[in-house]
Write a protein that binds this ligand. Structure first.
Ligand code: AMP
Ligand code: GLY
Length: 423
């Protein structure tokens, strides 16, 4: 069969690598893809938001299945447009992708269906938000309602910071239209865990847990980024946590979406915080995590095509998800200066070292093929993933493999997976 993947990051490279393992697949396309994806798929120069062109391409090439990796096209309704054209596609429709697309929607959903999350209020009017903040308990968390590349969240320690935050989000519109509405949320403390799941509208199956490292610098210092590294599984995701989440969060979310007339098919990513009072939902995403996919998918034993087809057909209850009994760590190689400003266009060397040994992966994010070779083309450049029998071995392997590659301005955190030592 022919499969089209929509997106261009490390997550889409990890999805493409999983798809490439399926004996059912003869041809992979990626729109628009990147230099690494281009080694296992045919990249087509169509942007992820060019819905008309994607539909036209999928029809012309008789694509059997499309997998949408990115949030923007999902929230924008690419799945609806493809389905309307009679195409088979994996991902939530627009009315379900709102689970990620509007934080106000997801908070109201959790409140209505008693799904544990931080206490909150939604605001459309900055004046009302400011008035509320005069008596709110600090620290407080301000979140732009819409998609903001993972950056629309401000943690404010003082009332002064909170007032400035309202201006930044709702008046200066630093995150654009995402800030037309805002959620003000109680500040929680605890460890964060990412749990990805496959959902067929009714049934949910949980993948192996992971943990991200969102801040740019060692010791969780510096600005929030798209993610600087991950490990899987999380040793903090215990059987007890799992049992709680199964009872109060996972199926409850799927049932709530169905009850609202918004059946969810695709991947739900649960961003959880393990607080003293038990697990709480920090956020939902309507897609695989990046770089969570880079540590979770390489450990999945199932043929990803079978799983995706079961989600589309509503037969996920007939399948058992299985993961290898090992661990994986992903270290992101970024351009120095990310996420603020950085130079690109530097030639990357050492890439040929990958593919020679089992258990080592180089997932491309911001890279580009040029006549001079593959060059850096973004803030996050590569995700180096390695497996190991346990987390510590996987971490040592990932850091070893991170040295195989070099380019000017190469930057990585040196403490990805440090939390493992505290488990
Ligand atoms: P989100 O995009 O909602 O996941 O928020 C981004 C990051 O901000 C999360 O990964 C947390 O580290 C932090 N965060 C979000 N909401 C809260 C909260 N209520 N309390 C503490 N930290 C939070
Ligand atoms: N790594 C966090 C995310 O994909 O949203």
């Amino acid at each position: 069969m022919k499969v089209l993947i929509v997106g261009s990051g490390g997550r889409e490279h990890a999805i493409a690598a999983s798809v490439a393992k399926s004996p059912k697949v003869d041809k992979i396309y990626c729109a628009p893809g990147n230099a690494g994806i281009g080694q296992i798929a045919e990249c087509v120069p169509i942007g992820a938001m060019e819905f008309g062109r994607i539909v036209e391409f999928a029809k012309k090439e008789a694509v059997d299945l499309t997998i949408v990796g990115m949030d923007d096209p999902l929230v924008g309704g690419l799945v609806d447009e493809m389905e309307a054209a009679g195409l088979r596609v994996f991902g939530p429709r627009k009315n379900a992708a709102i689970l990620e697309g509007s934080k106000a929607f997801s908070k109201d959903l959790m409140k209505k269906y008693n799904i544990p999350t931080a206490a909150y209020e939604n605001f459309d009017d900055p004046k009302e938000a400011l008035a509320y903040l005069e008596t709110a308990k600090m620290p407080v968390v301000l979140k732009a309602d819409g998609l903001a590349l993972g950056k629309g969240v401000l943690i404010c320690n003082t009332r002064k910071e909170a007032r400035e935050g309202v201006r930044t989000i709702m008046e200066d519109k630093k995150f654009g239209a995402a800030g037309n509405r805002m959620v003000v949320e109680e500040f929680m403390t605890g460890r964060e865990v990412s749990v990805l799941s496959f959902v067929d509208g009714r049934t949910i199956q949980i993948m192996s847990s992971a943990q991200d490292h969102k801040r740019a610098g060692d010791g969780d210092q510096g600005l929030n980024t798209g993610g600087m590294g991950t490990f899987s599984p999380s040793p903090f995701y215990t059987d007890e946590v799992d049992a709680f989440c199964r009872k109060y969060i996972y199926q409850a979310t799927v049932d709530a979406m169905a009850a609202e007339g918004r059946p969810f098919k695709g991947v739900i990513f649960f961003g959880l915080m393990l607080t003293q009072d038990g697990p709480r939902v920090l956020e939902y995403n309507a897609r695989f995590g990046d770089p969570e996919a880079q540590v979770v998918l390489p450990r999945m034993k199932n043929d990803i095509i079978d799983v995706v087809q079961a989600c589309i057909d509503g037969t996920l209850d007939q399948l058992r998800l299985q993961f290898e009994d090992n661990a994986a760590v992903c270290v992101v190689l970024a351009s120095e200066g990310y996420p603020v400003s950085y130079e690109k266009g530097f030639v990357i060397s050492g890439l040929e070292r990958f593919g020679q040994e089992e258990g080592y992966y180089c997932f491309h994010a911001g890279t580009k093929q040029t006549p001079e070779g593959i060059v850096t083309n973004g803030g996050r450049v590569l995700g180096i993933t390695a497996k190991g029998t346990d987390l510590k071995t996987a971490r040592a392997n990932a850091y070893k493999a991170a040295e195989w590659v070099s380019f000017e301005n190469k930057y990585m955190r040196s403490d990805i997976g440090k939390a493992i030592d505290e488990a």
